[in-house]
Design a protein around this ligand. Structure first.
Ligand code: KG4
Ligand code: ZN
Length: 373
């Protein structure tokens, strides 16, 4: 029998709902992004996020059910994000999911948002008939997270959505997340918010070897990341080149007039800026790949999964494929739609829990620092 799970996600700045059958087939996936609201602040403002989730949650869930052609009474379970995330934002989706589950007498399943990101990759790979070999090394790389997990199978029901997984944390960022570094560098250069997509496009037009950024020097875990050093290095680089201020001001003006187009912003950027962007991206991408592949080797991973907003980066995808194939490893990325926060990944992650009989009750509460594994 098919299990149709309604997934609800509201941990950061996306209100999302989706219906997924058996953890594999997406019947609908609706995402209401708040990016326009947070743009003028250059980052997510928690109070505004909660307020917007409140406005969006009911229509978004309704739209997901309608697109799936599934009535609320025919949903088999409700999966909600419990954390990590912004507490006020999490509470909106979690409370709504809890009330729906209680009122409809449906099973309620609590999902860790990070586990959702792992399932975003697994879900699509499975749907395409190519389930990744386990154990896998999973890099979750977004505006809020840069984490490495070893993902292993707990049971042998391979190839289906009910596979029970275990997670062990291998490393993570000690300061900023990679996406956060993209956003901060884009802010310094007046290239808009979020920074990743524009820097990604501009980087293709610069020389990635022009500026040498040194590798962060860290004691302890070799699989940890750090991005505050490179952010500061970009800041110092700009301070030493006051002649760049004029073009920064020009781009600031363009942004103030609503310009978002990467080509238009590129036309306002000198070669020096394009080289800086290309070099920044190169350093970030190579650092992510080097550590992930070293961890994959150390922990005996049979494949690599990459998920989160930064997984949309073109250089990251191309270079990962190149480097992993040299080592005989296959790398799996989600589509662009499932790279960023969505609820299909939450419904997919809820499915093996439903099968295993895991249930949350009315005491379920948000966990802003919910660890995985
Ligand atoms: O997963 P996500 O939508 O939200 C969370 O942070 O949870 O990720 C958004 C982040 C932003 O920091 C954005 O700049 C970055 O992902 N991003 C990218 C690209 N697209 C989005 N970073 C690099 N290259 C991209 N193409
Ligand atoms: Zn996320």
């Amino acid at each position: 029998m098919t299990a149709r799970i309604l997934g609800i996600e509201s941990s950061c700045d996306e209100t999302a709902a989706a219906v997924v059958a058996d953890g594999t087939t997406i019947l609908s996936s609706v995402v209401a992004s708040q990016v326009e609201i947070h743009r003028k602040y250059g980052g997510v403002v928690p109070e505004l996020a909660s307020r917007e989730h409140l406005r969006q949650i009911v229509p978004v869930v309704r739209e997901a059910l309608s697109q799936a052609g599934v009535a609320l009474k025919d949903v088999d379970a409700i999966g909600v994000t419990q954390g990590p995330g912004l507490v006020g934002a999490l509470l909106v989706g979690l409370t709504y999911g809890k009330v729906l589950a209680l009122a409809l007498e449906k099973p309620l399943i609590a999902v860790n948002h990070l586990e959702g990101h792992v399932h975003a990759v697994l879900l699509e790979a499975r749907a395409a008939g190519r389930a990744p070999k386990l154990p896998a090394m999973c890099l979750i790389v977004s505006g809020g997270h840069t984490l490495l997990y070893r993902v292993a199978a707990k049971n042998s029901a391979t190839g289906n959505g009910a596979l029970q997984l275990s997670y062990s944390r291998v490393g993570g960022t000690r300061d900023d997340a990679a996406g956060e570094a993209y956003d901060k560098v884009a802010k310094m250069l007046a290239l808009g918010y979020p920074g990743g997509p524009v820097l990604d496009k501009l980087a293709m037009h610069g020389n990635p070897q022009a500026v040498r950024f040194s590798e962060p020097k860290m004691d302890g875990n070799p699989y940890d990341f750090s991005f505050s050093g490179i952010k500061t290095a970009v800041l110092y680089y700009l301070r030493k080149r006051p002649e760049l201020q004029q073009e920064i001001d020009a781009r600031q003006q363009a942004l103030a007039h609503g310009e978002r187009n990467a080509e238009a912003l590129r036309a306002l950027s000198s070669e020096v800026t394009l080289d800086l962007v290309a070099s920044f991206q190169h350093a970030v991408v190579e650092g992510l790949i080097r550590r992930t592949l070293a961890a994959a080797e150390q922990f005996g991973a049979a494949s690599v999964l990459v998920s989160g907003g930064v997984a949309a980066n073109r250089e990251l995808r191309a270079r990962f494929d190149e480097e992993a194939s040299k080592r005989g490893l296959e790398v799996f990325f989600p589509s662009r739609a499932l790279s960023t926060d969505n609820a299909a990944m939450i419904a997919a992650a809820a499915y093996p829990k439903l099968v295993a009989g895991e249930r949350a009750d009315a005491s379920l509460n948000a966990m802003p620092n919910f660890p995985l594994g």
